[in-house]
Ligand binder design. Structure first.
Ligand SMILES: NC(=O)c1ccc[n+]([C@@H]2O[C@H](COP(=O)([O-])OP(=O)(O)OC[C@H]3O[C@@H](n4cnc5c(N)ncnc54)[C@H](OP(=O)(O)O)[C@@H]3O)[C@@H](O)[C@H]2O)c1
Length: 302
């Protein structure tokens, strides 16, 4: 297949493009800067027509781009950036793909679009599946609008699958990279109560699930990309210390008010509690290589 990828320089995109190439696919990276290589095409996620990237001959698109949710304090302007970089970019890209599908005989047939378990918000640790409603907070509203923005592609007949990913555990970025430095000193604290449920997935399983959804012709709609065994924040911290052969001090914790003071609204990323079940992925026949946190950390950290 010829597959266009946005956000290809990120945690998922870097691993995914390498893997798709190893699978024998031709990858075209949609980049926001001037292209440096023959496999790159410039796109502008803010332009109403997504900069109309030349997507001729593309079979599928994996759309991962978005401003990092944990990269900056959530000021009013950064919240607007988190939202616009997802909702506007997806709407514009979906429109381009829809036009291509309608006008070109060799138009795209599949859109695999990043989304997040932020859809569910804080459920107090309750189990949720793809049938559960969206939550109420800022991220839930962004995710709901982000998924809805892909509608033009589905209406044009593309198969659209939304990746409701949990915390992706890859040492090259995201939450694990941030936790690793204090954990290496045996000094990673629990966040708030430590009982909040964190739904996670290994980077290898995230990539495997995206490849599975790319090639499973019946897969459309939302898919929870979360391992079947979510853990509490305390369990995650203990497992990480154990994987690094460091002592674990369960009494070491940052109280919720201190986190809120330090991180502002972004602290919700660490305190939200939701047990997200990968119902549709499992039903479709996907098998997790790392169903437990110890297996995932062992694979990632060696
Ligand atoms: N990592 C996680 O735990 C996790 C969990 C749930 C959902 N997700 C979602 O999955 C997607 C990919 O995740 P990731 O961890 O690979 O993210 P990442 O490492 O932050 O990479 C995202 C990529 O998006 C592009 N980008 C950055 N800022 C942008 C902006 N303002 N406007 C448009 N594009 C921008 C960049 O690629 P270019 O410079 O190449 O354009 C960047 O490399 C994101 O949308 C993220 O929200 C991630």
């Amino acid at each position: 297949m010829r597959i266009a990828v946005t956000g290809s320089s990120g945690l998922i995109g870097t691993a995914l493009t390498a893997r798709l190439r190893a699978d024998g696919h031709q990858v075209v990276r949609l980049v926001r800067r001037p292209p440096h290589a023959s496999d790159e095409i410039r796109w502008d996620p803010r332009a109403a027509d997504a900069g109309d990237p030349a997507l001729g001959g593309i079979d599928a698109c994996v759309h991962l781009a978005g401003a990092g949710v944990g990269d900056h304090r959530w000021t009013r302007s950064y919240k607007a950036e988190i939202r616009a970089s997802r909702v506007l970019a997806t709407r514009a890209l979906a429109a381009v793909l829809a036009t291509r599908a309608a006008t070109a005989g060799d138009g795209p047939k599949v859109l695999i679009a990043a989304s997040a378990i932020g859809w569910y918000g804080d459920t107090g640790g309750r189990e949720v599946t793809e049938d559960s409603p969206a939550g109420q907070g800022f991220l839930s509203r962004v995710v709901a609008d982000w998924e809805a923005a892909a509608a033009p592609a589905a209406e044009a007949g593309l198969r659209v699958a939304h990746l409701r990913s949990g915390l992706i555990l890859g040492k090259g970025g995201g939450v694990l990279a941030r936790l690793l430095t204090p954990a290496r000193f045996g000094a990673l604290p629990r966040f708030g109560p430590g009982t909040q449920v964190m739904s996670w997935i290994s980077l290898a399983d995230e990539i495997a699930a995206i490849r599975f959804l790319l090639t499973t012709g019946t897969a459309s709609g939302p898919f929870n990309l979360t391992a079947p065994n979510a853990v509490t924040n305390g369990q995650l911290t203990a497992a990480l210390h154990h994987a690094l052969r460091r002592p674990d001090f369960p009494w070491l914790r940052i109280p919720e008010p201190v986190l809120e003071l330090a991180l502002g609204e972004m602290s919700s990323e660490l305190l939200t509690s939701a047990r997200v079940i990968p119902g549709r992925l499992t039903e479709a026949g996907f098998e997790f290589r790392h169903p437990t946190i110890s297996a995932a950390l062992k694979a990632e950290l060696g």
